[in-house]
Design a protein around this ligand. Structure first.
Ligand code: NI
Length: 151
């Protein structure tokens, strides 16, 4: 288990676009493991590689403490509906705000075995996928926040 330092809002790396992963090697697998460890340590539901200072298209998500997704080069290929809910970010502690997101998304990604996967998501999982994929473009939820909320 290895924890990585979280980059916080104001760090310019959070504003950069991440690069595609071309080869899934031990280094990539270690980064994904460390991302999951770091996410769980901070009680988060998702983490993107730029948040630990790595500009690669890597995301980990676990919204129900049951299904850990390690996504390589994730891409939203379909989205529909609209939902408003509050969200936060491990890189922006102590701030929460309402963001409009699609209520349903289909994401395509490569898993740790190199297999192409497709996942249909709704609710919190869909929201989390959108939030984490935004990180790969240098976008933070506060850019899209319509209203700041307490707690
Ligand atoms: Ni975030």
């Amino acid at each position: 288990m290895a924890l990585r330092n979280l980059r916080l809002d104001g760090d310019e790396i959070l504003r950069k676009k991440s690069r595609e992963v071309e080869k899934i090697d031990d280094r990539i697998l270690t980064i994904l493991d460390d991302m999951a460890d770091t996410m769980y340590d901070k009680d988060g539901v998702g983490l993107a590689a730029p948040q630990i200072g790595i500009l690669k298209r890597l995301v980990v998500i676990d919204v129900d403490d049951e299904n850990l997704y390690k996504m390589i080069n994730p891409k939203i290929i379909k989205s529909s509906g609209e939902a408003v809910d509050a969200e936060g970010c491990l890189s922006i502690p102590e701030k929460r705000g309402e963001v409009v997101r699609p209520s349903n998304v289909t994401v395509e990604y490569t898993d740790i075995n190199g297999e192409l996967k497709r996942l249909d998501a709704e609710g919190l999982l869909a929201r989390c996928i959108c939030h984490e994929l935004d990180h790969l473009e240098g976008i933070l939820f506060t850019d899209k926040m319509t209203k700041q909320v307490e707690g």
